[in-house]
Write a protein that binds this ligand. Structure first.
Ligand code: FPP
Length: 244
């Protein structure tokens, strides 16, 4: 179970924060801009929030950038998001050592362009040299698909004789993209919706949810502090009973 180690004015700092990036399209529409202008602004907000998370002592930040369902969007929009990811990954490869940021991609990357796949592999390689804060970007990710993939890999290991005995939750978790990291303590959804949208279904079993109407491109450090303060006001019992 995640343990909280650091604090700031907002209270104890969650070790792992997960965010569903939502509201980019509406942010752009309100300004009479194309949807991709919203995604550009959203990617800048991601940069800002990742830096802030690192500075206040969050250890892991996981964001939902592109779901398995997002391929249904127009070719222009999908192409725009892929271009932003390409740009972001290139910058990350250049800066991550200096900034001390590890980066992982969660999701089925085989459907992405060979160039993007190469950049993703490169960030994973560089991450091995770095210690500390880790940003996980979910691309072509779906929570159900992740669980099915884990079941397939487990079954394969059984067939190959690599594992034996009864399967425990702990062992199964090792087949998830999040294998080595604690579950999110706090899940934030900006953009005014109240859905999980197939995000981290396995990992969010005990996460605290925080929703806000603020659209993702407008989300800032003060909003994150607010979410952390609400998180600190919650009584986390993990199914147990609180000692009085
Ligand atoms: C949801 O808003 C956002 C997306 C589907 C794309 C998010 C992608 C980025 C911010 C770009 C790249 C990301 C990183 C991390 C570099 P929406 O379009 O569903 O908004 P709406 O509900 O207002 O239409």
């Amino acid at each position: 179970m995640a343990e909280i180690t650091k604090n700031n004015e907002a209270g104890n700092i969650p070790r792992h924060i997960a965010i569903i990036l939502d509201g980019n399209g509406r942010w752009a529409k309100k300004r009479g801009l194309p949807r991709n202008a919203g995604h550009l602004a959203g990617s800048e907000t991601f940069r800002k929030i990742a830096t802030y998370c690192k500075n206040i002592g969050v250890e892991y930040l996981t964001v939902y950038a592109f779901s398995t369902e997002n391929w249904k969007r127009s070719e222009e929009e999908v192409g725009g998001i892929m271009k932003l990811l390409d740009k972001y990954l290139r910058e990350a490869i250049r800066d991550m050592r200096k900034k001390g940021i590890r980066m992982k991609v969660f999701g089925d990357i085989s459907r992405l362009s060979p160039e993007l796949q190469k950049l993703i592999e490169e960030t994973a390689e560089i991450s091995k040299e770095i210690e500390g804060f880790q940003a996980n970007i979910c691309i072509n990710y779906g929570g159900r698909a992740e669980i099915v993939r884990a079941a397939e890999q487990y079954a394969n290991d059984v067939i190959m004789g690599k594992v034996e005995g009864d399967l425990t939750e702990e062992q199964f978790a090792k087949y998830m993209y999040s294998a080595d990291i604690p579950d999110p303590d706090l899940l934030i959804r900006p953009g005014g919706e109240f859905r999980l949208s197939n995000f981290l279904l396995w990992q969010c079993a005990y996460s605290e949810f925080y929703y806000t109407d603020v659209l993702w491109p407008d989300f800032d450090e003060a909003e994150l502090d607010k979410a952390i303060a609400v998180f600190n006001s919650r009584d986390r019992r993990f199914g147990g009973v609180k000692n009085k």
